[in-house]
Design a protein around this ligand. Structure first.
Ligand SMILES: NC(=O)c1ccc[n+]([C@@H]2O[C@H](COP(=O)([O-])OP(=O)(O)OC[C@H]3O[C@@H](n4cnc5c(N)ncnc54)[C@H](OP(=O)(O)O)[C@@H]3O)[C@@H](O)[C@H]2O)c1
Length: 408
């Protein structure tokens, strides 16, 4: 067979990007794979929309028509929601097709089942585009995991939230104004809940967790918070302390304990996330041999996402494995950072009582903003006593800019 025949499910931002890239990079694909790649069929919801698709390509609303095609080698999936997507992809695998998906919500829920089914049917699954768009984080982790043991991962995984936080800081906008900007620029949906409440970053972090640690934490126990409660005032006070708000997903393993947290944090100047602005994404992977690796780049968009899917096309054609699937491991060597280790925090609000023996008050930024060193447990206790306080983890070392707190 000299031709690889593919179907694309969905012809929105991502599906169209894949279609166009196959046209523009046909020569490179043929040179790499030794075969021509041809889009045979495209699945859409509304056939009446006018689209720039070659006449010979079957455009249909009926997935059965796609499955019945005489030759079908690879199915690209760029639809939305878990169903009917999961069902379609199962059917494609059962028919013997490799699958390549961009759908993180579906893959976070059903990835394991698809990978297992693919293994049974000797086909491969590409899912690079489900996390951090164009950044090759899945393949990098797969490569690293051959010998390195991943200790923890941190990621700015949602470009919309990062764009909103950047606009709020740079243009002194309210959350609502920055969200409207994001919607006008096409970065946020009409219903932005998935992005701004942290669900999207949560799904991506669960996919990363499975790759890096071979398992996911109990979803109910993951602390998930979006950016809707971040005010202009908070952003300004963080800036006074030389810190920037970022929405970060962190996954780490201590002994057998796998923890994930998805929430706003503040980062210092020397942390690689400090300069990750706008719709960019970034991922920090800490492993025992190599140390820290930071990957940064476009987290979404037509061509960055198509890039990840086209690289997956080469990957699935050249391997018989269904993606990186490390065994569940209990070998991480770091201590439990969340509760027992002292870390630095930005605290905002009116503190009534500074006498907390285990909290070190490092610096007072203004009347209502402090930098402290404490364990998570200590800060939680403080918060129980003084519920109006807000506190945020500082990633990276805090560089003091003012005199120590006078009250001490
Ligand atoms: N946009 C990004 O930058 C990006 C990045 C990474 C991952 N993703 C993921 O990629 C997927 C697609 O995103 P997108 O931005 O391309 O979405 P989109 O622009 O809304 O396009 C969705 C496409 O899927 C089609 N579709 C939806 N439901 C369908 C159904 N039940 N049956 C058949 N076709 C259906 C739509 O058909 P009609 O055109 O007929 O309405 C449309 O062509 C999502 O899972 C998203 O999370 C997106």
């Amino acid at each position: 067979m000299d031709v690889i025949k593919v179907a694309i499910l969905g012809f929105g931002t991502v599906g169209e990007g894949v279609y166009r890239t196959i046209q523009t990079h046909g020569d490179e694909l043929q040179a790499t794979l030794g075969k021509r790649v041809e889009v045979a069929s495209i699945l859409v919801r509304n056939k009446q929309k006018s689209r720039d698709i070659r006449e010979e390509v079957l455009v249909t609303t009926d997935f059965e028509e796609i499955l019945q095609f005489p030759q079908l080698d690879i199915v690209f999936e760029a639809i939305v929601e878990k169903e009917p997507t999961f069902t379609y992809l199962k059917q494609a695998i059962q028919k013997g097709c490799h699958i390549i998906t961009a759908n993180k919500e579906m893959f976070a829920h059903h990835g394991e089942e698809l990978l297992k089914l693919a293994e049974e049917h000797h086909v491969s699954v590409g899912f690079e585009a489900t996390v951090a768009g164009g950044i090759p984080v899945i393949q990098t982790l797969g490569q690293l995991l051959k010998i390195n043991r991943v200790q923890y991962i941190q990621g700015i995984l949602n470009g919309t939230s990062n764009f909103i936080l950047t606009e709020m800081r740079e243009k002194k906008l309210s959350f609502q104004e920055a969200l409207t900007q994001a919607q006008e620029n096409g970065y946020a949906e009409a219903d932005p809940t998935n992005d701004v409440e942290g669900f999207d970053a949560f799904y991506k972090s669960m996919i990363l967790s499975r790759i890096a640690f071979g398992e996911q934490p109990n979803w109910q126990e993951v602390e998930r918070e979006g950016i809707t409660s971040i005010t202009s005032e908070l952003i300004e006070t963080a800036e006074l302390a030389g810190l920037r708000f970022k929405h970060v997903a962190s996954i780490h393993k201590a002994g057998d304990n796998l923890t994930a947290i998805v929430k706003p944090v503040v980062v210092g100047k020397e942390h690689p996330f400090y300069h990750v602005e706008g719709v960019e994404n970034a991922v920090n992977v800490h492993s025992d041999i190599v140390g820290r690796i930071t990957l940064q780049g476009p987290g979404a968009g037509m061509f960055p996402t198509a890039s990840a899917m086209i690289e997956d096309l080469v990957y699935v054609c050249q391997t018989n494995s269904s993606g990186p699937r490390p065994e569940k491991s209990g070998t991480a060597t770091i201590s439990d950072k969340n509760n027992e280790t002292k870390q630095q925090w930005l605290i905002h609000g009116h503190v009534k009582n500074y006498i907390h023996p285990s909290i070190t008050w490092l610096e007072q930024i203004n009347e209502t903003t402090f930098i402290v060193e404490a364990t998570k447990r200590d800060v939680d206790q403080l918060n129980q006593q003084e519920q109006s306080l807000r506190y945020f983890t500082i990633l990276g070392e805090y560089e003091p800019i003012k005199k120590p707190v006078k009250v001490l």
